[in-house]
Write a protein that binds this ligand. Structure first.
Ligand code: SF4
Ligand code: SF4
Length: 189
């Protein structure tokens, strides 16, 4: 009698296991095809930063240095400059002439975003920033600045950094034309 009970118990356990297998068989696949397909990013993912513009296209950053002060990794480098009547970049008196983030050191903690009084810096969803050359991981303002309002260009995504000849055609190690030279982190003007 005990043997029959064991057989029935085992059969029930197998049937239960197989029912789960059968049920999953008809569910849509959730396998990520990245890098052949786009990666699925959660809305709150903290990727590479975006320097935002206001509705008039002016840079929201007013070069107050609060983000740099809040950064525990000391990886934000800013040089402030005054706006003039002829050359206006932000809606305030000052703007960030140079704004670099050293992604060799950034830990994506989001403290800079929380510290910013003007919502000028936010996290985007860029994550393909691995590199064989660490000097390419210092992102300049020009690489992080949001496109002008109405522009059809999407938000900036930190350019993937691969050795010359490697990676997909869109990948580049070259700084954008007219970019400021990379300056050392840890000192603020
Ligand atoms: S995310 Fe954190 S570590 Fe990275 S720049 Fe901002 S404050 Fe610094
Ligand atoms: S990003 Fe924000 S906190 Fe940082 S300097 Fe600009 S305005 Fe200040």
């Amino acid at each position: 009698m005990a043997k029959i009970g064991e057989v029935v118990g085992s059969a029930a356990a197998i049937a239960k296991g197989m029912s789960i297998t059968l049920k999953e068989l008809f569910q849509p696949t959730i396998t990520e095809a990245y890098p052949d397909g786009p990666a699925r990013i959660e809305a709150r993912f903290r990727g590479s930063h975006i320097l935002q513009r206001d509705e008039n296209g002016l840079e929201k950053c007013v070069a107050c240095f609060l983000c740099a002060a809040a950064c525990p990794a000391n990886c934000i480098y800013i040089e402030a400059a005054e706006n003039t009547a002829e050359e206006r970049y932000s809606g305030s008196e000052r703007y960030a002439k140079v704004y670099n983030i050293d992604y060799n050191r950034c830990i994506f903690c989001g403290y800079c975003v929380e510290a910013c009084p003007t919502d000028a810096i936010t996290h985007g969803h860029g994550f393909e920033s691995a590199s064989y050359n660490t000097s390419t991981l210092v992102m300049r303002k020009e690489q992080m600045l949001a496109p002008m309002p109405g522009s059809k260009i999407g938000p900036p995504v930190a350019a993937p950094r691969l050795p010359e000849g490697g990676g997909r055609p869109s990948q580049s190690n070259a700084p954008p034309a007219g970019a400021e030279p990379i300056l050392p982190t840890g000192t603020h003007k």
